[in-house]
Design a protein around this ligand. Structure first.
Ligand SMILES: [Zn+2]
Length: 407
């Protein structure tokens, strides 16, 4: 019977004098110093054990996000408030990851624009890239106004199909709300966030069991040709398409808000199974997308599922619904999983109304990790600055352990 020793070498029991015995099996070397996180033992057959030991997880992160920090957003009722989606979010997560000890922070590689244009409209990406500079030249309705923050105020109703060429028209055409202002640094930040997700995806293709793309700005509200909800490029969808080019891939979105952008991108596609658990859009942003009867169209029919959730849902009820979603993923039998992770399901989130606890994040992570799939976790929302770090680490910790099975 082999056991794990230092550096994961396999040895026969009893071959080292430092062997300890836990549950009847010897654990030698540094492994003896670790508390097994999960340990199963068949006492009758004395033939089976499992434990989990800590491993390093690559966290892909770029400082470029700091260039994107619009000074305000406008909430319902016209209230002008500081952006909830702030650079502080990344700092609190990085601090918690540092404390956790298993995170290996790495910079993104540059995959260019091609994998981004595989899911986004080229003219839309061009607008994200050049719209702010165009606005400096062209100006808006008031030529003398300050030009620090480009934000739409006019949006096309259904059936108004004319695509404008003015920057004032295009900002409305390519956005669907007031929570995606564009500043000078928005495109570089969004581009690097996408590259973080792609770097994480490439790590899975190279054999990593799990990676975490610490993306900012987030992405799951960005559709094929529109921005909204703090999102510009859909990092998770870009990574999912990149993975799906190689092997079957599923996207699971557990952000508090419906992943309307991801739904838009893959709604007519059978390449990627997309599943979203989120607050019922009948009561919550983004309001118009995310109902249970939206299941895909054309060849994509049956490849999208929404699980609208009631307010105040607790850990147990959430995990029961999540189990149903995970069964759909098992049935699809993907090679890779992309997890759009939003911590705004937390009970104390200022933008949410669910009742998930920090312990619940751990349960949710364990359930998803138990799929046994190479998993790219992509950061989406989460706005309780005080608890954002611990909640993110609680979820990711499930992926920071390697399950070891011996016979
Ligand atoms: Zn959210």
């Amino acid at each position: 019977m082999p056991v794990l020793v230092n550096d994961n070498l396999v040895a026969q029991p009893g071959t080292q004098s430092t062997a300890n015995v836990i549950g009847g099996f010897p654990i030698v070397g540094s492994a003896a110093d670790r508390i097994p996180l999960r340990y199963l033992y068949d006492w009758r057959n004395m033939s089976y054990f499992i434990w989990k030991e800590p491993i390093h997880v690559k966290v892909i992160y770029a400082e470029t996000h700091r260039q994107h920090y619009p000074p305000f957003e406008i909430l319902e009722g016209g209230e002008k408030v500081p952006m909830f989606e702030s650079p502080d979010r990344m700092d609190i997560i990085l601090a918690a990851l540092d404390q956790a000890g298993w995170a290996e922070i790495v910079a993104p590689r540059d995959f260019g624009l091609a994998p981004i244009l595989a899911v986004h409209d080229a003219e839309y990406v061009d607008f994200l890239q050049h719209g702010f500079a165009d606005w400096q030249v062209e100006g808006g309705q008031l030529k003398q106004q300050a030009r620090d923050v480009l934000m739409g105020t006019t949006f096309p109703p259904r059936r108004w199909q004319h695509k404008p060429t003015s920057v004032g028209g295009r900002i409305g055409y390519y956005t669907f709300d007031l929570s995606c202002p564009i500043v000078a640094g928005t495109f570089p930040a969004a581009l690097d966030a996408a590259q973080c997700a792609l770097t994480g995806a490439q790590a899975l293709l190279d054999g990593a069991p799990a990676t975490f793309a610490l993306c900012r700005p987030p992405g799951h509200h960005a559709g094929r040709d529109f921005a909204g909800g703090y999102c510009y490029l859909n990092n998770a969808s870009i990574a999912a398409q990149f993975l799906a080019n190689q092997a079957r891939t599923a996207v699971l979105d557990i952000d508090y808000h419906a992943g309307n952008g991801t739904e838009d991108i893959f709604y007519h596609s059978a390449d990627v199974l997309t599943i979203s658990l989120h607050a019922n859009p009948n009561r919550q942003y983004p309001y118009f997308v995310g109902a249970a009867d939206e299941t895909g169209e054309g060849v994509g029919r049956g490849y999208h599922r929404n699980f609208p959730l009631p307010a105040a849902m607790d850990d147990d009820a959430y995990c029961a619904t999540l189990a149903n979603a995970l069964q759909l993923i098992r049935n699809f039998a993907p090679h890779y999983l992309v997890l759009s992770f939003g911590a705004d399901i937390f009970a104390g989130d200022p933008l949410g109304d669910l009742a998930i606890t920090t312990a619940g994040f751990g349960q949710i992570g364990a359930l998803i990790e138990n799929l046994g799939l190479p998993t790219l976790v992509v950061m989406e929302g989460g706005y309780n600055i005080g608890e954002l770090g611990v909640n993110t680490v609680a979820l990711l910790s499930a992926f920071a352990q390697r399950e070891t099975v011996g016979q």
